[in-house]
Design a protein around this ligand. Structure first.
Ligand SMILES: Cc1cc2nc3c(=O)[nH]c(=O)nc-3n(C[C@H](O)[C@H](O)[C@H](O)COP(=O)(O)OP(=O)(O)OC[C@H]3O[C@@H](n4cnc5c(N)ncnc54)[C@H](O)[C@@H]3O)c2cc1C
Ligand SMILES: NC(=O)c1ccc[n+]([C@@H]2O[C@H](COP(=O)([O-])OP(=O)(O)OC[C@H]3O[C@@H](n4cnc5c(N)ncnc54)[C@H](O)[C@@H]3O)[C@@H](O)[C@H]2O)c1
Length: 468
């Protein structure tokens, strides 16, 4: 039975451990923070749990439009309860995963691991594990999977102190809602927290180094979120790169590169992540890293060293839990000779948990606009959807990106509540090369938000001439 040592117990690590056990391998999984990794304990799971509470407040405040009268003054947030729920749910999820791994026969070791080969280029590898209890252990193995994730990027001039200048991992320690939260960095993490705190009733200023929120995402979707931020009273500082963040009295001072100053009570730094690839012994073994220290892998998760694979955020391929898990599974299938399908990023669907949510799959509109992909994009607002009206939804849309001539669906965007669920229909279409006709002929429930997806299919049939 082959032995595999997996370093890191996030989605890349635990999913690959389960796949390896399914194929009969002996699996040792080393994890230093707790099973579930950064994803379950600090990043994805806590933030989505927090966002669920923020959505509860918004729903209560919006109930009046539906004729359910709640006194706005009585809709308050008990941050301690919210944060206890966040922590409790993360720990419970971690325990669920631990139980499943143990049931499947994975040996879980609490501690830190590093590669300890005596020289680069060897076919067999050695992993040194320092246990949480201080013990040392050396394991010989032919197969290693590096799944060590990433950590918040920290700027020298904006050192988090855990009280007022915070990383997203420290924010759940607050006992009271900030008076005025400055969020530095308007990528997905920054937009999600800015959205959630705005929903919680906190004054938020989002500092964006670019001319818009969510610079890497669909521009129409970002415009909706900007408008929603504005309507909820948040401020967006554009073309605003933070040079430094310091404590000032009872608050914080953010100084921008161009000299502007932004003052608030707290500052949340969301300026990206750095891979956990230092202290892994990579140089001893000759594992190559690329810009920023991300571990270089191919589409079946191989590093340049035989027998050493890497998956998840430490590779920087696409920092999503779903992608991390798939890279991990592919690594194991490949390592154990199961004929792995190479990673295909074109069909990855993802979601930004703002309010409304933004879900995307496949080819983006910017790829169409800049001529990289010959296709047509058509956007249809939710405003005329009967269900949207019943629910009191005033914003949002569905967009499809379609090949000319064939009408094959190659991408899509949904901006709406529960977009993370609605995108699946478009995702299935992209994965299976379905056409606008396939969508047009499909039944959606009446009334439903997904009716706009099939409606868009029908509209695009009418554009058949334009489609080629
Ligand atoms: C705020 C936030 C929200 C997010 N929300 C989403 C979301 O909604 N959906 C989504 O798909 N993705 C989301 N992501 C991204 C997602 O969290 C990551 O893509 C995912 O965690 C990557 O999984 P991983 O297994 O590569 O690493 P991780 O989950 O980070 O796990 C790696 C683990 O390895 C451990 N480790 C590191 N070095 C060692 C060592 N030497 N020895 C032992 N253990 C070690 C680390 O401590 C860590 O626990 C979010 C990210 C952030 C920051
Ligand atoms: N819902 C989700 O799936 C989800 C949620 C959060 C994060 N993630 C993933 O995690 C990864 C990282 O996302 P992220 O948003 O944490 O990081 P990011 O690197 O995507 O965004 C960081 C942003 O901060 C900006 N920035 C950097 N330095 C700055 C400064 N000094 N002043 C102002 N702005 C500055 C950058 O220009 C960038 O726009 C992404 O791949 C994302 O997909 C996913």
């Amino acid at each position: 039975m082959p032995r595999i040592v997996i370093i890191g117990g996030g989605p890349a690590g635990y999913e690959s451990a389960l796949t390896a056990r399914q194929l009969g391998a002996e699996v040792i999984l080393v994890e230093d923070e707790g099973v579930g990794g950064g994803c379950v304990l600090y990043d994805c799971v806590p933030s989505k749990t927090f966002i669920a509470s923020a959505g509860g407040r918004t729903a209560a405040l919006a109930a009046g439009e539906l004729g359910v009268m709640i006194d706005d003054e009585q809709v308050t947030v008990d941050l301690r309860t919210v944060n206890e729920r966040v922590e409790g749910l993360a720990l419970a999820q971690s325990l669920d995963i631990r139980n499943r791994l143990e049931l499947e026969g994975v040996e879980i070791v609490a501690g830190r691991a590093q590669l300890a080969d005596s020289a680069p280029g060897l076919a067999a590898h050695r992993v040194e594990i320092t246990g949480a209890d201080g013990t040392n252990r050396v394991v010989d193995t032919e197969l290693v999977l590096l799944a060590t994730g990433a950590s918040p990027r920290v700027l020298d001039t904006a050192m988090p102190d855990g009280e007022r200048i915070l990383t997203w991992r420290q924010i759940y320690d607050l006992t009271e809602l900030p008076e005025h939260l400055i969020v530095v960095g308007s990528g997905v993490t920054g937009a999600e927290f800015a959205s959630a705190y705005t929903e919680m009733g906190v004054q938020v200023t989002l500092v964006s180094s670019r001319d818009r929120v969510l610079p890497g995402e669909d521009a129409d979707a970002a415009a909706v979120i900007e408008q929603v931020f504005h309507d909820r009273g948040a401020t967006l500082a554009k073309q605003a790169r933070a040079a430094s963040v310091v404590r000032e009295g009872d608050g914080v001072l953010v100084t921008l590169v161009d000299g502007r100053e932004v003052r608030g009570s707290h500052c949340l730094m969301t300026v990206g992540s750095v891979p956990n690839s230092a202290d892994l012994g990579l140089e001893k073994v000759g594992v190559e890293t690329g810009p920023g220290g991300f571990i270089t892998v191919d589409r079946v998760s191989r590093t340049n060293v035989t027998g050493i694979y890497a998956a998840g955020d430490c590779t920087g391929v696409l920092m999503l839990a779903s992608v991390a898990a798939m890279q991990g599974r592919i690594a194991i299938w490949h390592a154990l000779g199961e004929g792995a399908p190479p990673l295909r990023l074109k069909s990855v669907s993802s979601n930004i948990f703002t309010h409304p949510e933004i879900a995307t799959v496949g080819v983006s509109q910017s790829e169409v606009d800049n001529g990289t992909v010959p296709a047509r994009a058509l956007l249809f607002p939710l405003a005329t959807n009967a269900r949207a009206k019943m629910l009191g939804l005033n914003e949002g849309f569905v967009k499809l990106i379609v090949r000319p001539a064939t009408g094959i669906i190659i991408g899509g965007v949904v901006v709406s509540p529960a977009a993370s669920e609605l995108i699946l229909a478009i995702s299935v279409a992209v994965q299976n090369r379905l056409t606008v006709k396939d969508l047009a002929y499909s039944f959606s429930v009446y009334p439903s938000l997904s009716g706009t997806i099939t409606e868009l299919g029908r509209r695009l049939i009418n554009y058949a001439g334009d489609l080629g």
